[in-house]
Structure formats: C-alpha cells, structure tokens
Write a protein of this length. Structure first.
Length: 116
C-alpha cells in the first residue's frame, strides 16, 4: 500500500547553536516521535556539515510552528522562517523515505540555501 507523504520541515533558526548528540531545546514542547526527531536532526546537521557549517540543536518549538503552518498557511512567513515541503510515496518505512528525501536535497540549491 502506498501513501503520499507530505512533511513540512522548518529549518531556519535565528541563532546558530553547536549541537551535542541527543540534545534538544524545549523538550517539553516535542510532538514528533523521537525516531523522526533524531532523523530530522541528523540529516539536517549532515547537510550543514557538508557545507562547512556548525551543527545545530533540534528545537521542539519549531514543531509547533510547523503545525501552525499546516493549519494556517503563511504562518512561517510571518515569523520569518524558511520551509521545505517533501512529498514522497512510501510503502514500508516512512523513515527510509525521509532519509532519501534529505539525501536528494543535496542536489537542490534552493533547498540547500534554506537548510544551511
């Protein structure tokens, strides 16, 4: 069975924070499952490192911002955040589909500009 997967990722932060493994900001505000959160964090930092940029700490506050954007388009623009939308078809592992989407971003200069 295949379903379309739309993932909204907010990837722009005002402050650059050096990351330590499994460290997150605002953990009490986390809505996303830890497996997804770790994948987003690892993949985002891998892309940043590939551009010679420091790693960042995952901030669960951005999960709320992504949720607000889903409800009310334009919310992220009002806050000055960038956004990427991944649409993929998957049949077994949504995590694998997300990993592939992050890998594909390397060849998209517009996406890389938002991530880094």
């Amino acid at each position: 069975m295949q379903s379309a997967l739309a993932i909204l990722a907010t990837l722009v932060s005002v402050n650059v924070i050096y990351a330590a493994e499994d460290v997150i900001d605002n953990p009490e505000k986390c809505w996303v499952d830890r497996q997804f959160r770790n994948l987003f964090d690892r993949a985002h930092n891998k892309l940043r490192i590939s551009k010679g940029l420091p790693e960042m700490v995952y901030d669960c506050e951005f999960e709320r911002a992504a949720s607000e954007e889903e409800k009310e388009g334009g919310y992220l623009d009002e806050k000055g955040y960038g956004k990427l939308i991944f649409e993929r078809t998957w049949d077994r592992s949504v995590l694998t589909a997300l990993e592939r989407a992050f890998d594909e971003m390397k060849s998209d200069p517009n996406a890389m500009a938002l991530v880094t």
